[in-house]
Design a protein around this ligand. Structure first.
Ligand code: C2E
Ligand code: CA
Ligand code: CA
Length: 421
């Protein structure tokens, strides 16, 4: 039975959550004060926590700090009666201190929303833990999907990001957000995972390069991978032995990753660069960024986080941030990739603002290898049509988005809409 711990100073809300969660099969304990909550927490480790951010006397942030200090691994659902921005900020805070936030809901909370945020008990069939993951890696259960990245100026395919999924034999497909954190907590496992993924990517490269693709394939690297000084040698030889040259590979690292131990990362990153890898800062703008780090470390690409990109049309602040980042990147000679581009208008706006490349569901969802090969083929046909239309003086179809978004779901369906990390 899953244990749910609730903290809300409003007894009515507590009772509402208790009733609904109990119907779903949870063992529920509720508390209206921080003291009671702590006592419950120490008495039995909860699997999930529902936490109201506004608690009258004290506040939810204090509680999040406490949970973080306890190394809490429970899935947390935040509730708040304040504006969305505060809720988002609280969520970001929780994630930055290493907590697992399953959902952030604004009050009044509807039953359907809360039910959706809690984990359905029957979906828990196979445990997701380090042991199972290690076995999964060894049994070859990791699969890669590739998400196209285009050059803004001409809409052409310029790169691919490899994204891992865990395809379990029982039938479940686990999205990376659910198992990468498990590997992050165990350095050896993270190495195993990264090397397994690199091996897959090198294998796939034979098929991808035959399809006519000449750009870079981007692989995600964790901070844990940088802690060993021999990572560059081991990683480079693994992929090169399998026929994927380092010059074709971009390594994506989050800002926070390179900050954990700046000296070690500087050493490792410089040697990766010397071996021919391109280095990109992933999710730029979300971590503990230091602009001096950008100058000091051998990056050549910035990936602007989706949380800014998705809001540029609606939010003046988001647009201002994206513009400032683009201007800075340009001045520093860095390539930019805007992540999470979901529609044509956002792509046009980003292109006008000077983004080099774009990636997002509006261009294509992550695609399994066979779908990717089809996508690359369709793009080549489209380019040829465009070229001949140009020479014959016909008008040029404007958006790459119009063609590519639909029809290529790439089987990524289950994981795609559920999490907005
Ligand atoms: P990320 O590196 O920022 O990858 C981009 C994520 O955003 C992917 O989710 C992608 O499917 C999703 N995405 C792309 N375009 C859009 C869009 O237009 N709208 C929305 N809502 N989402 C979009 P995914 O595949 O679930 O990966 C989540 C995270 O898991 C990645 O974030 C990355 O941090 C991690 N991850 C994935 N593969 C690997 C891996 O091989 N190694 C490591 N260490 N981490 C990985
Ligand atoms: Ca990435
Ligand atoms: Ca990213």
């Amino acid at each position: 039975m899953r244990n749910l711990l609730v903290l809300d100073d409003d007894e009515l809300v507590g009772a509402f959550v208790r009733r609904l969660a109990a119907e779903m099969g949870y063992a529920v304990r509720t508390s209206t004060t921080v003291e009671a909550f702590r006592a419950h927490f120490w008495a039995q480790t909860p699997d999930e926590i529902v936490l109201d951010l506004w608690l009258g006397q004290s506040d939810g942030i204090e509680v999040l700090r406490f949970l973080s200090a306890q190394g809490c691994r429970a899935r947390i659902i935040l509730l708040s009666g304040t504006d969305n921005r505060t809720l988002d900020a609280a969520r970001a805070f929780a994630e930055n201190v290493g907590l697992n936030v399953g959902a952030a809901l604004s009050k009044p909370v509807r039953a359907a929303a809360l039910r959706g945020a809690l984990t359905p008990i029957e979906a828990e069939a196979a445990a997701i833990n380090a042991e199972a993951l290690a076995a999964g890696i060894r049994n070859g259960e990791l699969v890669l999907e590739y998400q196209p990245i285009i050059t803004c100026a001409n809409g052409k395919l310029s790169g691919l990001e490899a994204l891992v999924r865990w395809q379990r034999p029982e039938g479940g497909r686990v999205p990376p957000d659910q198992f990468i954190p498990i590997a992050e907590a165990e350095p050896e496992l993270m190495d195993e995972l990264t090397f397994a993924i690199a091996g897959h990517a090198a294998q796939d490269w034979h098929v991808i390069s035959k399809s006519g693709f000449t750009g870079h394939v981007a692989l995600n690297i964790s901070a844990q991978n940088l802690r060993r000084l021999d990572f560059p040698e081991r990683f480079a030889s693994l992929i090169q032995e399998r026929g994927l040259p380092a010059e074709q590979v971009t390594l994506e690292l989050t800002e926070t990753a390179a900050m954990t131990d700046p000296l070690v990362s500087l050493d490792v990153l410089v040697r990766l660069r010397l071996r021919g890898f391109t280095l990109a800062v992933d999710d730029f703008g979300t971590g503990y960024s230091s602009l001096s780090m950008l100058r000091r470390l051998p990056y050549s690409e910035l990936k602007i986080d989706r949380s800014f990109v998705k809001d540029i049309l609606a939010s003046h602040d988001a647009m201002a941030i994206v513009k400032a980042v683009l201007a800075m990147a340009q001045n520093m000679g860095l390539n930019t990739v805007a992540e999470g581009v979901e529609d044509a208008q956002i792509l046009t706006t980003l292109t006008d603002a000077g983004a080099t490349c774009a990636q997002g569901y509006g261009i294509s969802r992550p695609l399994a290898l066979p779908k990717l090969v089809e996508w690359i083929g369709a793009q080549a046909v489209n380019d040829a049509t465009l070229a001949s239309a140009k020479t014959q003086g016909r008008t040029q179809p404007a958006m790459p988005l119009a063609r590519s978004g639909a029809g290529h779901d790439g089987g990524a369906g289950v994981s795609n809409n559920k999490h907005t990390h």
